[in-house]
Design a protein around this ligand. Structure first.
Ligand code: ADP
Ligand code: MG
Length: 456
């Protein structure tokens, strides 16, 4: 195939199936084929970070997809740069289209009067998915596809700055895009309360009730702040029931799961928990790096890998803080006419994050120490013979990490964890492997220990 653009579109169509949507647009959004000669394909990428990432994470997939579409392809290379004339569109057309048709991109629809009060920057496309938020992301996507049917209400919970508002609004934006006639109302529980109290004062509770009962999708953010004022809760309860009975979608967020919200009436608690509940956790290092890369690119900035790495290690707890740090670094560099670099980041943020070696060598001993510390145990508990549940689980996690992160052989793992038999090590590792995809909590524990191992 000589049409490089058509070829790349077809490859993107293949890749799209195996890569999550947000990661897809992060890593493939600004790529193209620069040249394709004698079976050697040069792929243009926007920056060094993307180059490294594609080489490290997606090279196998890319090459396989290329070879599937064009049997002449033998080798693949990544270069910073693009085909000047026609940059690749961010999203390829659906798979079942012929490549020629796939080149067309959809045009933005004309701006109509907005039947909603959403912030349009919060979309699924700009949301980076990692293990910390994939459940919530999937639930939100399901709701966006079929509002009012499957997961109603959808209840998203988790700490500050982890993407709850972004996800809920993305659902609203997506629904509105497919069906511009749908009435979508986004409201924080505080403004719901204030609005209702004002309506009470003005004796206009009737029109307040009507307004909320006419919506197709109601999004209520931070329900933990729903006032305990009796009449507000009463009104909210009736609104909830009316919409729910009419199969209108309700989406709620909170800092805690319904069972754990203080002072919430039981009848609300049970309704909140009656649909789908999904949490968002702090992002792991990889996701933080992807988010930074994404946000920098949105500002037209290509950050070097080491700068991304530095910032991602510096801000561990939440994404709002991560964004803030990036913004500060950009301002800092702009004012001083500097290129963003680790040196600049260190000058701005201090030495806290990078004083430790970037790729420290992690030993089995360190894995045992960090795992034990994470679970408030002593290293000797993990290497010892006790078989209590509280110890067996962490011991298995330590072995899992030795296998997956250190690549140790089973006999070595057994040896490191109190001279155990290699079959014990095998059994332990497969125990965790069998659970980790289903068990969010376990995944969180393993990730936290990983982060601590990296943190030196
Ligand atoms: P919360 O409502 O949980 O406090 P927000 O949704 O307000 O958090 O997120 C804080 C900021 O971080 C927002 O600017 C949001 O766009 C961004 N953000 C959060 N999670 C992600 C993500 N996974 N990918 C990209 N941006 C994110
Ligand atoms: Mg929020």
């Amino acid at each position: 195939m000589t049409d490089t653009r058509g070829l790349w579109q077809a490859v993107l169509g293949e890749l799209e199936v195996s890569v999550s949507r947000a990661n897809f647009s992060t890593w493939f959004g600004h790529t193209s084929i620069i040249s394709n000669q004698d079976g050697h394909v040069v792929i243009g990428v926007p920056n060094i970070f993307t180059k490294n990432w594609l080489e490290k994470k997606y090279h196998g997939d890319i090459k396989a997809a290329l070879q599937k579409v064009s049997t002449e392809v033998h080798t693949v290379e990544y270069k910073i740069g693009s085909v000047p004339a026609a940059p690749a569109p961010v999203r390829p057309a659906p798979r079942d289209h012929k490549p020629a048709a796939a080149v067309q991109t959809s045009l933005p629809t004309a701006a109509a009067a907005k039947p909603h009060n959403l912030n349009e920057k919060y979309t699924f496309d700009t949301f980076v998915v990692g293990s910390s938020n994939e459940l919530a992301y999937a639930a939100c996507q399901a709701v966006a596809k079929n509002p009012g049917t499957k997961y109603n209400p959808l209840f998203i919970y988790g700490g500050v700055g982890l993407g709850k508002t972004h996800l809920m609004q993305a659902v609203g934006n997506e629904i509105s895009q497919h069906d511009p006639g749908k009435r979508i109302e986004y409201v924080t529980s505080e403004s719901f309360t204030n609005e209702f109290l004002q309506a009470l004062q003005k004796k206009s509770t009737q029109s307040f009730a009507e307004k909320y009962r006419q919506v197709d999708v109601l999004i209520v953010d931070d329900v933990q702040f729903l006032a305990t004022k009796e009449r507000t809760v009463e009104e909210f309860f009736h609104t909830f029931n009316a919409l729910h009975q009419a199969n209108k979608q309700i989406i709620l967020s909170s800092d805690k799961p319904p069972q754990a919200i203080n002072g919430l009436e039981d009848r609300l608690r049970s309704r909140f928990a009656s649909g789908m509940t999904a949490d968002v956790q702090p992002p792991d290092l990889e996701t933080r790096a992807a988010i930074l890369q994404r946000k920098a690119a949105a500002h037209g900035l290509a950050l070097e890998l080491d700068v991304i790495d530095y910032l991602a290690r510096h801000c561990q707890s939440n994404i709002r803080e991560l964004e803030g740090t990036l913004t500060r670094l950009m301002a800092f560099c702009e004012l001083r006419s500097l290129q963003p670099s680790v040196a600049a980041a260190t000058a701005l943020l201090g030495n806290t994050a990078d004083s430790r070696p970037r790729f420290r060598s992690i030993t089995p001993k360190l894995v045992i120490e960090r795992t034990a510390a994470y679970f408030d145990l002593a290293p000797a508990d993990l290497t010892g013979t006790r078989r209590d549940k509280e110890i067996v689980g962490p011991r298995q996690i330590a072995m899992y990490l030795m296998r997956h992160d250190l690549g140790l052989s089973y006999p070595k793992i057994g040896e490191a964890v109190g001279k155990r038999d290699h079959t014990t090590a095998m059994h332990s590792v497969s125990k965790i492997e069998g659970k980790i995809d289903r068990d969010e909590m376990l995944r969180g524990d393993v990730q936290s220990i990983r982060d601590r191992l990296q943190a030196g």
